[in-house]
Design a protein around this ligand. Structure first.
Ligand SMILES: [Fe+2]
Length: 350
């Protein structure tokens, strides 16, 4: 057994391209965590790949699945040491939790948001929902404000189970916000809040697999979205965000995980951005922190998990990406209705 055998096994069985560096990351995580969901989170590797890796390690007697979680055996510790792999060490800033921004200036709007979001519709599987913590929603606003992307700007939010539209309305920083959302429950919820509080927030029911209507094309300064992470979903969400932008200097914000996307997929997604006239200006690791799902045991991830232990903390995180348009290109506004936007070999939380 060595890192090479482990990475080849994962490549074959999970159908995700893996090398020894990927294997190393899982071994490093095993030295500091015993909860399956933490191991996935700390390793920064796709969940189906981590699951396959752990199965092989268990088969070879290097780890054991116990009531306490995933435990390294004596043999396992020796193996990791012989492979020259070290435990992970975190040096995350405790003030901002690694987000690079704090939300102190928005305290009043944030407190109001906390009260409002208690009645939010619960995340449902049908639309691959899973919303971020309220702190994360406001950190997005603090970040965008820090880049000069909010004051006096026209903003579009493509899919909004994170309630970014409501948060933007509450802070009153932007000129206008339009939310495009498929889930009727969310549309009704955000509309009601907007009316009750007199927020400058327009909510439109729209399936992002369908082309954007003319009034929305080349209309906005900034977009926010948090897409499912297949290539098709990237086209539907980020792709539509891009064609909604007016032109050069306009910006977009979205999340991308390690849980559902290998660096091979990251590369494909990054190439799509460059091809569409955008440049990546910021990537902030683990910026977006998601609430644990109510439906965790209904997800593919639960079936894939080689040990059925519940998560002990918010383990699902994503990097925050900011892109800026340097060249406005002609991009087709195609119909993607017949594409499966939710599933590929690396996805597991739908
Ligand atoms: Fe900090």
């Amino acid at each position: 057994m060595n890192k090479d055998i482990l990475s080849k096994y994962v490549t074959e069985n999970a159908n995700i391209p893996w090398g020894t560096r990927n294997a190393e990351r899982v071994l490093s995580a095993l030295l500091v965590a015993d909860n399956f969901w933490d191991i996935v989170s700390f390793s920064c590797e796709p969940l189906p790949a981590v699951a396959e890796a752990l199965k092989l390690l268990a088969d070879r007697g290097l780890i054991e699945f116990t009531d306490q979680g995933v435990l390294l055996t004596q043999k396992g510790r020796m193996f990791i040491e012989e492979e020259g792999v070290f435990p992970l060490h975190f040096h995350t800033c405790p003030r901002c939790d690694g987000k690079t921004v704090v939300i102190d200036e928005f305290r009043e709007a944030f407190d109001e948001f906390l009260r409002i979001q208690i009645d939010r519709p619960e995340a449902i599987r049908e639309f691959d929902q899973g919303y971020v913590t309220p702190e994360t929603t406001f950190a997005r606003i603090a970040l965008a404000d820090s880049r000069g992307d909010l004051r006096g700007k026209e903003v579009v939010v493509l899919g909004d189970d994170d309630l970014v539209g409501v948060a933007l309305g509450l802070t009153g920083l932007v000129k206008s916000v339009v939310v495009l959302e498929l889930d009727e429950r969310l549309v009704a919820f955000e509309q009601r809040i907007a009316t009750e509080l007199g927020l400058s927030l327009q909510v439109i029911r729209h399936d992002l697999r369908k082309p954007l209507t003319k009034e929305l094309l080349s209309k906005f300064d900034v977009f926010f979205c948090d897409p499912p992470e297949t290539i098709e979903a990237f086209d539907a969400f980020v792709g539509r965000g891009i064609i909604a932008l007016k032109g050069e200097g306009c910006a977009g914000y979205f999340g991308i995980t390690h849980v559902e996307s290998s660096y091979y997929k990251w590369r494909l997604l990054e190439m799509k951005l460059l091809q569409r006239g955008l440049v990546i200006t910021d990537i902030i690791h683990d910026f977006n922190v998601y609430m644990n799902w109510e439906y965790v045991d209904e997800m593919l991830a639960w079936d894939l998990a080689p040990i059925k232990q519940p998560p002990i903390r918010n383990w699902y995180k994503s990097s925050m990406v900011r892109v800026e348009m340097v060249e406005k290109l002609e991009i087709p506004n195609e119909d993607l209705t017949n594409r499966d936007i939710y599933n590929d070999p690396e996805s597991s939380t739908t």
